[in-house]
Design a protein around this ligand. Structure first.
Ligand code: HEC
Ligand code: HEC
Length: 278
């Protein structure tokens, strides 16, 4: 008897962990979407305690920037009626990187399309695989309103993007740019509404919300040179400034807390390499 169970277990063991192990592409996608990319910081509705439980990626959160736009964030779960369940992988890729829906309409801000255009092909595939794996949630949301017509496109269709060079600063630039759009919030705007990339990291445009009005701070070495790496990482993952003060949303601290140590080290290397700007 004992022999028999032992033999059965021995036969099953190599199968069980393999079956329980999520596909590597989905795992990579989860690491990105639930971490640095923080898609749910916009696509999951919010309550007083943050993300509403059981509503991951179901949309409905309203981002109202008076004078600029009122965006109703869409449902990106695989629900066929109210989400993106009927979209092909290529259609989802086009939405994320080209800002175009299957019906040809343009996706508006604050979905960070300009930066998403540079998401590498392998990461885009992983993000899509993960989105397909989340629970479908039926939740119909309204339409955004933009006072000015959206551009017909954000540029020519993205043909293909290679992964960043294997170097901490290059990887950090990719994490803080195309994947995490840290630099979108933390960079000032020009009069025409585009970012002033000559002042990357020098501090951004004030953001209104239930938390009041917050100003994305200077994160170049001019501001952070006196901070240890651990203090920078604590600010990113826990929302605590070097002086111990609490930082306010909408920076996606609970998502960034799921970043790997290697990702966080790369982001810090990139911030330290920025030109110091006042
Ligand atoms: C800063 C907020 C924000 C973040 C972060 C964000 N999105 Fe969006 N997203 C939006 C808004 C707002 C729209 C709709 C804009 C409109 O109505 O034109 C949108 C639209 C979309 C659409 C089109 C859905 C539809 O039905 O029209 C997809 C797909 C999408 N986002 C996927 C993602 C993924 C994947 C991520 C993370 C990699 C992400 N978004 C991160 C705000 C965001
Ligand atoms: C949605 C906009 C937004 C995004 C995205 C964002 N931040 Fe922030 N960040 C802010 C705001 C606003 C503050 C200031 C909050 C406050 O004053 O309470 C801040 C504060 C900080 C601070 C603390 C600075 C200080 O002096 O205390 C650091 C460091 C920082 N951000 C780095 C990052 C990094 C790195 C990323 C990407 C992983 C990132 N931020 C993404 C809006 C953003």
């Amino acid at each position: 008897m004992r022999h028999w169970i032992g033999g059965l277990l021995a036969a099953l063991l190599p199968i069980l962990p393999a079956a329980a192990q999520p596909d590597a592409l989905v795992a990579r996608g989860r690491q990105l979407v639930e971490g640095i990319a923080a898609c749910g910081n916009c696509h999951t509705p919010k309550g007083p305690q943050g993300d509403v439980a059981g509503m991951a990626y179901a949309g409905g959160f309203v981002i109202d920037i008076p004078g600029a736009f009122r965006a109703v964030v869409p449902n990106i779960t695989p629900d066929p009626e109210t989400g993106i369940g009927r979209w092909s992988d290529a259609e989802i890729a086009r939405a994320i990187r080209d800002g175009k829906r299957p019906d040809g309409s343009t996706i508006g801000p604050p979905m960070p399309i300009e930066l998403y255009r540079d998401i590498a092909d392998a990461d885009l595939a992983a993000i899509i695989a993960y989105l397909r794996s989340v629970a479908p949630i039926r939740n119909a949301v309204g339409k955004s309103s933009y006072p000015m017509p959206l551009p017909p496109s954000y540029g020519p269709p993205v043909a293909g993007v290679a992964a960043p060079a294997d170097d901490p600063v290059a990887r950090g630039a990719y994490l803080a740019g195309p994947l995490g759009h840290c630099i979108e919030c933390h960079t000032p705007m020009l009069a025409d509404g585009r970012r002033d990339w000559s002042r990357t990291g020098a501090g951004g445009v004030p953001i209104p919300g239930p938390f009041g009005m917050v100003v994305p701070r200077n994160i170049t070495p001019a501001a952070l040179s006196g901070w240890s790496d651990a203090q920078v990482i604590r600010a990113i993952t826990q929302g605590i400034s070097a002086d111990g003060g609490r930082l306010s949303p909408p920076m996606a601290f609970p998502y960034y807390a799921r970043m790997s140590d290697a990702e966080l080290r790369d982001v810090v290397a990139y911030l330290r390499a920025l030109p110091p700007l006042r």
